[in-house]
Design a binder for this molecule. Structure first.
Ligand SMILES: Cc1cc2nc3c(=O)[nH]c(=O)nc-3n(C[C@H](O)[C@H](O)[C@H](O)COP(=O)(O)OP(=O)(O)OC[C@H]3O[C@@H](n4cnc5c(N)ncnc54)[C@H](O)[C@@H]3O)c2cc1C
Length: 459
């Protein structure tokens, strides 16, 4: 048995700048407040912090950006490791695989891949962390063509509770590799991942916005198009109530808008991609002239910007569900809850288009490898000014009730907005299988507070 490393790991305590840096989170509504924290730049630093926690009877937590700080269990009493491992992104062009140290943000991978005419299965924001997004599923604007992002992970390196630095892949500890990929967490601290890229020189990408008065017509057209849209297109529809803040185009802050954005891969050539774009956007543009329309032919480097996610930390309260086909009644229920006249305090409430490769089980994939749902709903807003956290929670509950006939009862961890929302993404057999792995690699439960609700039967 490997013995844990218990030399002084340089943990920072509350009140120090190093603690503040290691505990900084993107979602300011859910601060991270562990007993001690460390920004780890080397595998040895990760091992040192794990060893110290084990020796002092504390549990270990891990994050990179804190984008998911509201979606995870509060950290009180634990040792938090913020990963920012050295090394940078390395692209093996021949294998089309990027090796990514933990703590890397997606923007860095997109940039490194684009130099070789390759694209990565990133989400809508360049500042989301690669590891947290991948381990929790990962819905990209390429997902209907390439599947859940986690299915493209080819290897994972991690430090487990015994202090051992392990590499897992399809042949090296395949059971741990299976569990790490969407199994709900609680296996160790990942130090690097290898993720498969794909060729993409040209994409058609952007966002078009209309005054929310057109929301019903835009939603109906978009929803009908999603029923048999080709898999190279992945889009979303959102109702947005943007505040007049710096960085928000005045046309979008003038009143509520409805937005259709996404990306279309030119997998069947530029002409086919243009035709898909016309099928989607032609009818929408004839509803009314968009107040802003950024759809264009571009390189994959443009895709992380189109969704206009905030780059800087904000407080956010929200909710998420995976939905079945909505039909006319579901569309009406959605707009009744978040559309014009609903009184919704949510700044963004939207539907991500699923289906295509998202819905196809990957036999080589991990615990979570497909999503049998039509749309991923997410709605959120900042508790600022007169809008209290409770007002946001109350409205989230109203939306949840309105959409309940279409709720699949499942969620995807990367989209979960708050720890206490109903959630679950694994069946009984997957939970049991993941728990057997946990009992092997973490028998004393050092990482047990990191496990997603519904993903374990262990206490
Ligand atoms: C603005 C914004 C846009 C987003 N867009 C998308 C999107 O398009 N698609 C999508 O699927 N999701 C999206 N998300 C959600 C995002 O993918 C999740 O919040 C994800 O968990 C963030 O990963 P992170 O590492 O940045 O977050 P963190 O909060 O740092 O980490 C989240 C969790 O991941 C695990 N984790 C992180 N690092 C490690 C590690 N080294 N070892 C082991 N476990 C680790 C831990 O359980 C941790 O609690 C978005 C979120 C925001 C705020």
């Amino acid at each position: 048995m490997t013995t844990v490393n218990v030399r002084d790991p340089g943990l920072a305590l509350p009140g120090s700048p190093a603690y503040d840096a290691a505990t900084a989170v993107f979602n300011l509504a859910a601060p991270a407040e562990p007993a001690a924290a460390l920004t780890a730049r080397t595998v040895d630093e990760v091992r040192g912090a794990i060893g110290h926690a084990a020796a002092t009877g504390r549990r270990v937590r891990v994050h990179a950006t804190g984008h998911a700080s509201a979606a995870v269990r509060p950290m009180r009493g634990s040792v938090l490791i913020r990963t920012r491992l050295d090394g940078g992104v390395e692209v093996d062009v021949r294998r089309r695989v990027a090796r990514v140290p933990a703590g890397t943000l997606w923007g860095e991978v997109v940039e490194a891949a684009a130099r070789h005419g390759l694209a990565a299965p990133h989400g809508s924001s360049a500042t989301v962390g690669v590891v947290g997004y991948l381990l929790r599923g990962g819905l990209s604007f390429y997902g209907r063509a390439v599947g859940l992002a986690v299915n493209r992970v080819r290897a994972i390196e991690l430090v487990t509770a015994d202090g051992e630095h392990r590499r897992t892949d399809a042949t090296l500890d395949p059971e741990l590799f299976w569990a790490l990929r969407g199994g709900g967490g609680g296996f160790g601290v990942v130090t690097a991942v290898e993720v498969e890229l794909f060729p993409a020189d040209l994409v058609i990408t952007g966002a078009a916005f209309w005054p929310a008065a057109h929301a019903r017509r835009v939603l109906d057209l978009w929803r009908r198009w999603t029923l048999d849209a080709p898999p190279e297109a992945t889009t979303s529809l959102r109702v947005m109530n943007l505040p007049p803040l710096p960085g928000v185009p005045p046309a979008l802050a003038a009143g509520p808008v409805v937005c259709v954005d996404g990306a279309i891969l030119a997998a069947r050539g530029p002409a086919a991609a243009r035709s898909v774009a016309e099928d989607l956007l032609g009818p929408l543009r004839s509803v009314a002239e968009p107040v802003l329309d950024t759809w264009q032919e571009a390189t994959p480097a443009a895709v992380p910007g189109v969704h206009m996610d905030p780059a800087d930390p904000v407080p956010v309260v929200g909710d998420h569900m995976l939905l079945d086909e909505l039909g006319d009644d579901g569309a009406e229920a959605f707009l009744g809850a978040v559309g014009p006249g609903s009184g919704s305090p949510l700044v963004v409430a939207g539907l991500r288009q699923l289906g295509g490769a998202f819905a196809v089980p990957d036999p080589a994939g991990g615990a979570l490898n497909h999503l049998p749902a039509r749309y991923s709903y997410a709605g959120s807003g900042p508790p600022l000014g007169p809008v209290t956290p409770q007002a946001l929670r109350d409205h989230c509950a109203k939306v949840r009730a309105a959409l309940s006939p279409w709720d699949t009862g499942t969620t995807v961890p990367s989209f979960v907005e708050s720890f206490d929302q109903p959630q679950g993404h694994l069946g009984h057999d997957e939970v049991r299988r993941a728990d057997l792995v946990r009992l092997r690699v973490d028998p004393d439960g050092l990482f047990r507070d990191d496990i997603a609700p519904g993903a374990t039967t262990l206490r």
